[in-house]
Design a binder for this molecule. Structure first.
Ligand code: SF4
Length: 363
């Protein structure tokens, strides 16, 4: 018989709270939960609208009565607070979000035209992918965020933006982490953000970025029929260059990525976004751009050139504006549709590839 005696020095950890996170439940999952706890699925739309449409705490949702206590007992609620913020000269604002367990991630608010704002949201605490041009990649992965923790970042951003009289219009999953690594959380967060009883973001206003987790790209295509924008971080024209800067490239080569992109459904005039960080002397030579042009042939896509944003210890230098426009000219000469994303938020280490919390700042 097993002994129940506990040594004096034994540390008794609190049991992990395995109740589902209320903010991370899609509407069908919320309906199932309300059924299970005896509240009834007919209340799900009202609860969902209160939580996500009006961003109310559970107890403040009107007409729930005793049901509020039953739901509170059966669930937990992700609490995400804005711990600090820094505003860059160009109006970009970097936010540090703190999770209930103390984990912190960064997000960036980027003002667009006419009072519209884009949120660059994080999906993981750190990142396992270790891309060499990215400060987040130097942190390693602490954990994935839950769907409710992703949604709660958006809630906080909506309120912050609304307080300035602006509107949060776009969500891009390009903050800390690889969104397809902990895919179920990303999938559920996108479903919640799109729900017309919730924040109701249009599919075309949500972009999920990936460094090329091919099986999950295919799953994402099945789950959203190509309606939610996919951005592939390609960053090279050849396998050799890609493998030198992205460790995951050893698992999924350029041919596998191209097949997944060709199979990706694209409704209407929609195009795939192909992200290409310009690394002088690494991926901007004629042969590399030739290979990139060949890779994009017959693929409805837009190549987005991103000048490398430096961070302390980075093994690359930032390109000059002339170097970036030269890559643009090389693509134009090969009839590859492209645009240039000039850096926003560099002043607060909030530009692409610079998110790494304190200890790593832009140089
Ligand atoms: S670029 Fe994206 S996938 Fe690569 S290390 Fe940075 S956060 Fe991770």
């Amino acid at each position: 018989m097993a002994s129940t005696k506990t040594d004096l020095l034994t540390v008794v950890e609190p049991a992990p709270d395995r109740r589902p996170d209320l903010l991370g439940l899609t509407r069908p999952n919320l309906e199932a939960l309300l059924d299970r706890v005896g509240v009834g699925r007919k209340h799900a739309k009202r609860v969902f609208r209160g939580l996500h449409g009006r961003r109310l705490p559970l107890h403040a949702i009107p007409d729930l009565g005793r049901h509020a206590a039953v739901i509170a007992d059966a669930t937990r609620q992700a609490s995400v607070t804005v711990e600090s913020s820094q505003r860059s000269d160009d109006g970009t604002e970097k936010l540090v979000f703190r999770m209930a367990d103390g984990a912190r991630v960064e997000g960036v608010l980027i003002p667009m035209r006419a009072g519209r704002v884009t949120l660059c949201v994080s999906s993981q605490v750190g990142c396992a992918m270790a891309c060499r041009f990215c400060a987040t990649g130097t942190m390693g992965l602490s954990r994935g965020l839950e769907a409710g923790e992703i949604v709660a970042q958006v809630h906080a951003a909506i309120e912050r933006v609304a307080a300035s009289g602006d509107q949060l219009r776009n969500i891009v999953f390009m903050g800390m982490g690889e969104p397809l690594h902990h895919y179920p959380a990303t999938r559920d967060a996108v479903r919640i953000l799109r729900d017309d009883a919730g924040p109701c973001f249009k599919a075309r206003h949500i972009t999920v970025s990936t460094v090329g987790v091919v099986p999950k790209m295919r799953q994402f295509a099945r789950d959203f029929d190509g309606r939610v924008q996919l951005a592939l971080s390609l960053h090279a024209g050849t396998d050799a260059t890609r493998q030198a800067i992205i460790p995951l490239a050893a698992r999924y080569d350029m041919a596998a990525l191209r097949r997944a992109c060709l199979d990706h459904p694209l409704p209407g005039t929609r195009k795939l976004m192909i992200e290409y960080v310009v690394l002088p002397g690494v991926n901007d030579g004629e042969a590399e751009i030739d290979a990139l042009a060949e890779w994009t042939r017959d693929l409805p896509c837009l190549v987005n050139l991103i000048p490398f944003n430096p961070f302390v210890g980075a093994p690359f230098r930032a390109p000059t504006a002339a170097e970036v426009t030269r890559v643009g000219a090389q693509l134009r000469g090969r009839r590859v549709p492209h645009s240039i994303r000039w850096p926003r938020g560099r002043g607060v280490a909030g530009a692409c590839g610079q998110l790494a919390l304190e200890g790593v700042a832009a140089n």
